[in-house]
Every structure is written in C-alpha cells, then in structure tokens.
Write a protein that binds this ligand. Sequence first.
Ligand code: RET
Length: 278
Amino acid sequence: MLETTAAEASAVVLSSGPTQAELFSRIAGNASLSASFWVNIALAGLSILLFIYMGRNVEDPRAQLIFVATMMVPLVSISSYTGLVSGLTVSVISVPYPGGGSEDVLLMWGRYLTWALSTPMILVALGLLAGSNLTKIFTAVVTDIGMCITGLAAAMTTSSVLLRWFWYVISCAFFVAVLYILLVEWPADAEMAGTDEIFSTLKLLTVTLWLGYPIFWALGSEGLALLTTTQTSWAYSILDIGAKYFFAYLLLRWVTDHEGVIGDLASGSLGSATPADD
Ligand code: RET
C-alpha cells in the first residue's frame, strides 16, 4: 500500500517535468537562447519610450486610438519575453514527429499565448489606418485570435502527431482569413481613405513577416525539428523585431506626420460603431 503511494508520488513528480527554477537556469545557461529573449526585452523597452515620446502631441481621437493599439504591441512583447526568460511560460514536452518517435523539447508556449493579445492590436491599428469598418476589423481580430489559440493547441498536443498537425492546419485556415482581409479588403478601403501608400508598405511588411511564423513553426523544434530550439527561437525573435517594433515605428511616424488625414477619415466606420452593410 505504502509502496503504491510512493510509486504514484514519483509518477506525479516525473510527469510534472522540470520546476520553474530548473527551466530558468536551463535558459540562462544557454547564452544564445537567452540572447534571443533579451534582445527583444531591450528593443521593446526602447520602443515603448520612443512611442510615448512620439505620441505626446497627438490629439485626434482616431490617431490616439492607433497609438494606443500600436503601443500595446511592445508592452505585450516585453511581458511575453519576461515570461520566457524567467521560465514561467516555458515547459518541456515530448513532441511526436511525423516520421515516428518523439523528443523532449523546450516549448515556449508563452509566445503563442501573448500573440493572441499583440497580433489583434496590430490588426486594429492597420484596420483603423485603412479606414475600415467595424465588421471587417472584428472579423480580422477574431480570426487572428483563432489562429493564435489553435496554434497554441498545435504546439501543446503531444497525444497524437496527426492531431498536432490537424491543429496546425486549422490555425493556417484562420490565417488565410486574416490574409484575405489584409490583401483584398483593406487595400480597397485604404485607397478610398487616401492612406493607401503607407498601408501598402505596412501590408507588405506584415504579410511577408507573418508568413515566416508558420514556416518556422513547421521547420522548427515543435514541427519537423529541422532546426534546433535555439535556432527556432532566434527565427521568431528576428521576425518579431520586424513585425512589431519596426512596423510600429513606421506606422506611428506616419500617423504623427499625417494626423489630419487620419482625422478626416469617414466617421461611418468606427465612429458610428455599427457594422457597415457594404
Ligand atoms: C503558428 C503555427 C500554426 C499555424 C500558423 C501560425 C501563425 C502565426 C503567426 C504569428 C504572428 C505573430 C506576430 C507576433 C507579433 O507580436 C501559430 C506559428 C498560421 C502568423 C506577428
């Protein structure tokens, strides 16, 4: 009886994996992996300060809303990377591979979780810039959250390799809806709003970099394991630098220089807060 209890207790310990302190020292002991986190903490911090400074005189409410949404991106990012570097939002899981077999991998699940907050902010800012209506902004945001949460499910599924990749396909389907809005709906809205030049630059940057995430997921340690955990982490960190801080800087610089254009955008979109019927 006592023996069974001891066996059960050790099974619980084994299945619960490394402690947060162990994960923390494991990450700290890998200089390159740590650097992939710290670079983003530093850049997010600098971006927050820069954007507060850039936004100090913005008065138009729509321009202010673009600022708030965009500033959330580095704020979420600094929290996300602090979670990763501290070992709070990482775990070791046994990833099953399509070719058979499985391997213990450091899963950075905090990334997917915080993307569900940061990427909708990017889309809200882009939708507002394009002068889009509430219906399209809502659709972009909910399909994007769907993409992030099902991506998290893909990364965390260890029971079946097939279901792991099925989640991946579901996430990609959500992503296609986001891409459709970015590539078809909003360019047309932006043209009518007179913001098409900056919108097309940001659209190109966003679509190109965002496509990198599912590609590196598939190639990385959580997918086919053609890349190591550290290489995968660097890939995401570099994509993040372009998709978050550089993107935000380009957008906010344009907004501060063209506050009048933003202010003139049709109040029929978000202003009336009713879904448009176009
Ligand atoms: C996952 C894996 C499953 C399939 C797809 C993915 C897409 C992720 C994307 C992430 C973008 C993140 C950004 C973060 C900035 O804060 C979840 C990797 C489609 C597009 C831009």
